[in-house]
Design a protein around this ligand. Sequence first.
Ligand SMILES: Cc1ncc(COP(=O)(O)O)c(C=O)c1O
Length: 349
Amino acid sequence: MHNFSAYFRPELSDLKAYDSGRDNTNTQIWLDANESPWDNEGAEQLNRYPAPSIALQAQLAQFYQVKPDQLLLTRGSDEGVDLLMRLCARPYQDAVMIFPPTFAMYSVYAKIQAAQLIEVPLKAEDNFAFDEDLFDRKLTVNTKLIVFCTPNNPTGNTISREIIIKICNRVKNQALVIVDEAYFEFTEGPTLITDLNEYPNLVVLRTFSKFYGLAGLRCGVLLAAPAIVNACKAILAPFPFNTLTLNALAQTLRGARSVWEQQHAVILNERKIMQTVLSKLSCISKVWDSASNFLLVQCSDAKKVWEHCKSAGIMLRYFPETPLLENCLRISIGLPAENQKLIAVLKEF
Ligand SMILES: Cc1ncc(COP(=O)(O)O)c(C=O)c1O
C-alpha cells in the first residue's frame, strides 16, 4: 500500500470532503440545507444546491478512460493547480519546481501558498528542451510538487514521457508530479493518463477550455490516484459548480465528436500554413515548431509588432520582462479568415 500522506500537508490530514447528502436518491423532501422550497426559475431547479452527479462523474471517467474515483472535476485546470499547491506545499517550508518559460499561473499559485519556487529554465538555445542536468542540481528534499506542462505554454514543445516517468520514480514518496496536458489534444501523444495506475505520485490535468471550445464553462479535470482525488476534495469549497455549468457539461459530453475532429483538422492545417507564412515575414525572425494550437514567434521588435496588431484590432500575447521570451509573441491559431487578416496586418508593418 502506497503511503500517500507523505505528499500532503500533515495539518490537513483530518479534513474530510464536504458531504452534502445530495447524492442520496431516496430522499423526496429536502429540509436540510435552508434552501427555498420554490423553483421559481423552472426546469433547472435552481432553488437547490447542485447535487454531485454520479452520472456526470461516470461520463467524465469514460471520456478520459479512468475510473470514476480517479477523477475530480475542477473549475478549469487552474483550480487543479491551486488545489495541489494548497494540499502539498507547507508555507515557508516546501518548494514547487517549475520549468520556465511556462504557464504563468504556476508561480502565482506557489506565491499565494508562500511556497519556495524552484525554477529550472528550459534550454532556449536548444528549442526549449528540458535541462536534465539542471533538474538534478536544483531538486531539493523539500520539493513537494514538480509541474510539467506538455505541450508547454508558450513554447509549444513537448517534454518526453520517459523523462517524466523517470522523475516520478525519482521523487516517489516525496513529491507529486503534475503533468498539465491542457493542450494535449493538439499533439500526437502519448498521454500520461495511461500511466496513472502505475505511478501513484503522478497527477494529470486536462481542460475543456482549449480543444473542446468551452473556456466559458470553466471546467477541467484532475486525474490521479483516488487518495489524491479525495485529499483534493477535502479542501474544495462545497458545491463548487453551478447547476447550469454541470448541465451544459453533461450535454457537451453527449455531443458529437465529429465536430471536434473537423475543427482539430482545421487547426492543424492552419498551424502548418501559419508557420510557413509567418517565417517568411521580415518582422519575424523565428517561428518555433508547435505541438499545440498556438505558435511562438520571435520578432525584430515584439512590442512594436504587438502594438501595430492591437491598433488593427488583433490581440496577440506579448511577454514584456519574461526571461527567455525577449521579443517573443504567442499567436493563437484562429479561424482561417482571422489568420489571413493577421498576415495582412503583419505585412503592413
Ligand atoms: C498550460 C495551461 N494550463 C492551464 C490553463 C488554464 O486552463 P483552464 O481554463 O482550464 O483553467 C491554461 C490556460 O491558458 C494553460 O495554458
